[in-house]
Design a protein around this ligand. Sequence first.
Ligand code: PLP
Ligand code: COI
Length: 338
Amino acid sequence: MKEIDWANLSFGYMKTDYNVRCYYRDGAWGELELCSEETLNIHMAATCLHYGQEAFEGLKAYRGKDGKIRIFRPEANAQRLQSTCNGILMPELPTETFLAAVKKVVKANERFIPPYESGASLYIRPLLIGTGAQVGVHPANEYMFVVFVTPVGPYFKGGFSTNPYVIIREFDRAAPYGTGRYKVGGNYAASLRANKKAHDLGYSCEFYLDAKEKKYIDECGAANFFGIKNNTYITPKSSSILPSITNKSLMQLAEDMGIKVECRPVPEEELETFEEAGACGTAAVISPIQRIDDLENNKSYVISKDGKPGPICTKLYTKLRAIQYGDEPDTHNWVTIL
Ligand code: PLP
Ligand code: COI
């Protein structure tokens, strides 16, 4: 194998040795299969290709100082996948099957788990797709679940350093009663133009307001938003954002640290009042926010005056990473050790 430059990994695909697959046929999920083929052979009329019957997940495995492999909150991803399945009429994958597949694929690709010192991790990407043929708009009769892994570095430039974001009003990612709360490919298709526009303008990522009123903060690209002021962690409550497992974990850690937590609608003007803010997610971990620009309204909400991550963001980031890598006790039972 070509030497992997662990310390300089980007967030991208790298071929590994194995993926794990499982098929749903005749109303039941089958056995897990270990596979070394990277491609899928599916029917051209498969519902995932035409009608977006597609769900995915994202979680990570970490190698600790002690050499042990830790997977962060896989049960939570299994549950969110089940919620997505309900959202787009796909059969739920049982939690045990999800966990067994994740463990199997990580174990089989153990040599791709970055070493502790690199600060990198193994990204795990479960995918559930409708493979049965339909021409009318109906759910498929057959499904396929696949999990692959790839070693990754930081999602946003610079890892844990502040970045600028931009509010995009021109495109919506998801509607209040749409599929925003589910992890379906269609939401990401809807985000591509906004994301490109943000990048073209020199920003790290696009920022969404609620689609109905354009008054409240929804989320930022593929990450949830949180702001901090007066020793309070504030994160938007909205029906069109993805319930982030990282955000839930940070809310718990904030509470453990004696920081108040509020999950409620966050009007755009409130951005002016935050002492710190961040984008959070599995890929992003915490990406501290330097400023958020609202170009149409000629506004720039500068959050980090000195351009550095704030003290509470830093404390939360350090704590979360310490639990994920096994440097500190896992008091909430979030980690599965392989
Ligand atoms: N929001 C969106 C749209 C995402 O794609 C993700 C990534 O999964 C998140 C938020 C963060 O969720 P999590 O912390 O569970 O990775
Ligand atoms: C994640 O944080 O796991 C994501 O899914 C982000 C993304 C690459 C879609």
